[in-house]
Design a binder for this molecule. Sequence first.
Ligand code: OGA
Ligand code: MN
Length: 317
Amino acid sequence: MAVTDPVVTDHTALPHAPLREARVPADGMYEGRRTLRRLPEGWQERPYELIDVVPQGPLIGAEIRGVDLARLAPALREELNRALLEWKVLFFRGAAITAEQQRAFALNWGELETNPLLARGSADDVVRFDKGGSATPTYENVWHADVTFRERPALGAVLQLREARRTAVTPVADMAAAYDNLPDSVKERIEGARAVHDFIPGFARFYGPERLAPLQDLFPPVTHPVVRTHPETGRRTLFVNTSFTTHIVGMERAESDRLLGFLVRQAHVPEYQVRFHWQAGDVAFWDNRATQHYAVDDYAPHRRVAERVAIAGDRPY
Ligand code: OGA
Ligand code: MN
């Protein structure tokens, strides 16, 4: 059969050719050199005074050394916050803190969220994932940002891996880079657009109707901008995800499905990702306004226990 698809004939493009324009490929992917800009506009590379920052790649993710998470002086909090904004996800190896210390650490960034959809740990605002056994459902192995069905989705989350018999891995994707590299035609189409976010498609299958009804009252569908502006860096960030975004407001269903499919699949691009290989006692702190993550589910029949606290965020704009 003759090859007529322009997706295929484009393979002759030179390495420095611009990304393919004007046509959304059916599978949501396109090739070509990507712009991988780590720092927000106008920010300069500056040394850190109080912490060691060990990059895990050129774009996203840094291991932080030399910090006692249980005790944060204000200057240290400020430096860690700058690292969070510059690297989007921070990793603290062998932190091995108590849930109480984890809460105290996260409280440096704001109030903690409670999440009635997920299993509770040692306090109302601690979520405990205990997985690997046959009874526990898996739902975090899809690209997502946390709790975007809330009016004010989490600013960030602090997750500690408590137990895992095999090495666990969590990739985290930079959604500002994902936005930067969208074809111009797509950027124009989503400028000013809003999308509906709802917990039902992701969670309804785990709950009976009597459990679901009060949750639906608590979390009715909300709309957020498809592209949000990061409140601390001003960066534009793609803010739709597979778990919770159902459709783009005011767009015909088929068109919304196609465009949304293209947008959510940008998180799959390896250049935008860091992959963190966990050991028990490691802590990750992600900026939920700027990233998505995916809990790789390859550990059964072994248990994987993690505890998470989430910091309340603001309303996306
Ligand atoms: C979460 C989550 C990822 C992981 O805590 O929100 O998706 O690797 N966890 O456990
Ligand atoms: Mn998550």
